[in-house]
Write a protein that binds this ligand. Sequence first.
Ligand code: AGP
Length: 362
Amino acid sequence: SEADKGTYPHYMLKEIDDQPTVMRKLAQTYFNDDGQVTIDDELLADLQSADRLYIVAAGTSYHAGLVGERLFERLAAVPTEAHVSSEFAYNSPILSKHPFFIFLSQSGETADSREVLTEVNAKGYHSLTITNVQNSTLSREATYTMLLNAGPEIAVASTKAYTAQIAVEAIIAKALGEATQQVAAADFDLRPQLGLVANGIQALVDQKERFEAVAKDNFVDQRDAFYIGRGIDYAVSLEASLKLKEITYIHSEGVAAGELKHGPIALIESGTPVIGIITQERTASLTRSNLAETAARGSHIMTIVTKSLAKAHDDIILEDVDEMLTPLLTIIPAQLISYYTSLLKGLDVDKPRNLAKSVTVQ
Ligand code: AGP
């Protein structure tokens, strides 16, 4: 069955490797033969009448929502806010006049998100659930559903659902932006880009020994680790850090690169890994300076950089893809480093302590 890990030692590794296939599958599912992006007409009309999008999710799905926030604002020019569902439920923001809600949930069963959806329905607002599980509770309770088509995700640490969620958000943002005549959406060549992304992911998962070596040399013996970035790279830093802490039990933070000097830099000790994610031309040199500031305090710095911004001393170089799709590549090294660190520490990679795959309590 699809949920079989076959010859893989762990589901997580299989699910990391599934990602190029998932990207190609999404390019097939949501584009027609003419290469046009296609989503449900009624959903599109509802999205067009919204004056603000509220993305509600937990954990990794929330981190995909943070990327979505940027995709919807840049491609569709619609104000978008990503929220942690457990916060939204009891400390909700003042809503706009015509809100539309997007629930991101791999399992479709997360209680914190359901709590919000129940309230959204009670108020008569419309919503979309993006999920990996057909007929899941959140998909049944929302006005619309879109599927991730990522195949079963069994490992507690989410990998392919995250990249699939971002790809689906990009699909919706492009459809919405095209419907409202946004130049950015028309110029965004998403279908061929998803092909480039698939190739770029493949190039990374083909270098497993390399990430295993990084895990062994720079992570296994560490107490703390930091991922830093700006903008969309900061959003990925949060997810990279969650991946590490979940399965390696190393204390890890994703930090907005410019915020380091306002506090977190105090935690840097000799050898502390600080990984800089650098994919945005506008902020690349700023993040590089922030990395250097930690190196001056003894950190071990590493960089994850897109080819066009790479310099001779960079560590992990990624294929160039559209600036808005870089999270689909930058997260891969972090997933693999976390996997190998957990493995080398002898931990239960697929079932880390204290965590459940879907959290059905508030
Ligand atoms: C991801 O690695 C976590 N295990 C967790 O944060 C998860 O993303 C969260 O519980 C949300 O789950 P969902 O996507 O099924 O709603």
